[in-house]
Design a protein around this ligand. Structure first.
Ligand code: UD1
Length: 421
């Protein structure tokens, strides 16, 4: 197992290019199950999660390869509407195949995801949506078994705005009889991209990007090609690296329209940046970051996927900030690790109070999930001395070649084999 060794304090400068969005490519891959044929998905990120989804698709009979960020899928011989526990437990987003498999085959057997490092993360809303569309659902030995000769359009009000449930229900409803309305739908750019991809395949969808999505079922869909949108979380992470220790970091290939709130928070924190175009931002650190509060919320709110990294930045800010986690209330496994690096953080339920310190000091730390790992890397980049970050396999799930990208802009980050830890 590898670890990252980071020597902190090296200013960053130069260009970094943002990859395709993990949270966009995964539902698009699942949606390819809806219509037999060949798909070309460009700008697909080389991530462990992309490969896990490819394995999930292969288990259903799909063939596919990824080369140079182009993912080719052939779903013609897909004939097994089944997603095994071994894969779904590795990545919850595998559950996305439930809707498309049910819509195409009238049945599906998909493992329940189980727990995760930060809380139970239920899928009850996905199941509620499928039931309302007319599916019979049973639980059998840890698997969701769904059956429906033909799904029927209906009104589905999601009690909580859920990205996954919105995408799953949308994929199930595109081939249903009649109209489906999803209320309290997620508005994330990745859901917008999924809707546009489905529309390109022939689906009839309106209202993506708003809280109400209308889907009129069609008889069949056809395979198409697509370019995956840039990863706004990877972009925000590199912007934050620039804000913490940048001296002219050029982040390119991003979409600033997906980062409006995040950029305004950077501005509040006193960060100097220039939006050169919709896809390029140049960023440098200020004398000292100012403390800025955040509350996570569904898009267009502050992303929960940036909470851990924001906390790393606030650890060295001038003043105290309050970080309120409203999406995943237990998502704080990075807190004890940041404290090992010298951060001053007090946690009370889903509220973290961060008192900025002048300096962090390198230490051995453990990453516990994708975004927590990114937060520890950011902290390591500014800490005095050496930081060893263990269990970096988490980061490989969601950041493409993060160490290479950071080295190219001047960071001293080395991948080494870890002593057992
Ligand atoms: C997606 C993202 C993940 C991000 C999260 C929130 C993907 C592949 N992953 O995850 O990176 O952190 O959105 O932005 O896109 N909930 C229920 N019942 C359900 C489903 C969700 O109660 O059936 C709750 C969750 O516990 C959570 C909230 O709804 O409190 C939002 O979760 P959701 O948007 O579904 O997250 P994911 O789609 O799993």
């Amino acid at each position: 197992m590898d670890k990252f060794v980071v020597y902190g304090g090296k200013p960053l400068s130069g260009k970094v290019r943002i990859s395709g969005a993990k949270n966009a490519v995964l539902p698009i891959m699942a949606a390819s199950l809806l219509a037999p044929g060949s798909y070309r998905i460009r700008n697909a990120p080389h991530l462990r999660d992309t490969f896990t989804m490819l394995e999930v698709l292969r288990a259903t009979g799909v063939t596919g390869e990824i080369e140079d960020n182009v993912l080719e899928l052939d779903t013609t011989n897909c004939n097994n509407p089944f997603a095994p526990y071994e894969l779904v437990k590795q990545m919850r987003a595998s559950f996305y195949v439930l809707g498309p498999l049910l819509a195409r085959f009238g049945e599906a057997r998909v493992s329940l995801p189980g727990g995760c490092a930060w809380g139970p993360r239920p899928v009850d809303l996905h199941i509620k949506g499928m039931r309302l569309l007319g599916a019979e659902i049973e639980l059998d030995k840890g698997y969701v078994v769904a059956k429906a000769k033909k799904l029927k359009g209906t009104l589905i009000n999601l009690d909580i705005t859920s990205v996954g449930a919105t995408g799953n229900v949308m994929m199930a409803a595109v081939l249903a009889d009649g109209e489906t309305v999803i209320e309290n739908a997620a508005r994330e750019p990745e859901i917008v991209q999924l809707a546009r991809f489905l529309k390109k395949m022939g689906a009839e969808i309106e209202g993506e990007g708003t809280g109400t999505i209308r889907i009129r079922g069609v008889g069949s869909l056809s395979p198409v090609d697509v370019d995956v949108i840039p990863d706004r979380i990877e972009a925000a992470t590199f912007l934050l690296a620039g804000a913490m220790i940048g001296e002219g970091v050029i982040v390119e290939g991003l979409d600033v329209d997906h980062l409006t709130l995040f950029l305004s928070k950077l501005r509040e924190a006193g960060v100097n940046f220039e939006v050169k175009s919709k896809s390029e931002v140049v960023i440098s650190r200020p004398e000292r970051l100012r403390a800025v509060n955040i509350t996570t919320a569904p898009y267009p709110g502050f992303p929960t996927d940036m909470q851990a990294q924001w906390m790393a930045a606030m650890s060295i800010a001038d003043g105290s900030s309050v970080i309120l986690e409203e999406v995943y209330k237990d998502r704080f496994t990075h807190v004890p690790e940041l404290i090992r690096l010298g951060a001053d953080i007090v946690l009370d339920n889903n509220v973290a109070i961060v008192r900025g310190v002048k300096e962090l000091q390198g230490a051995q730390v453990m990453s516990t999930d994708i975004r927590a790992s990114a937060s520890l890397i950011l902290a390591g980049l500014v800490a005095r001395g050496r930081t060893d970050i263990y269990r970096i396999y988490h980061i490989e799930r969601g950041y493409e070649r993060i160490d290479e990208k950071l080295r190219a802009i001047g960071a001293e980050i080395i991948r080494e084999e870890a002593e057992v830890i």
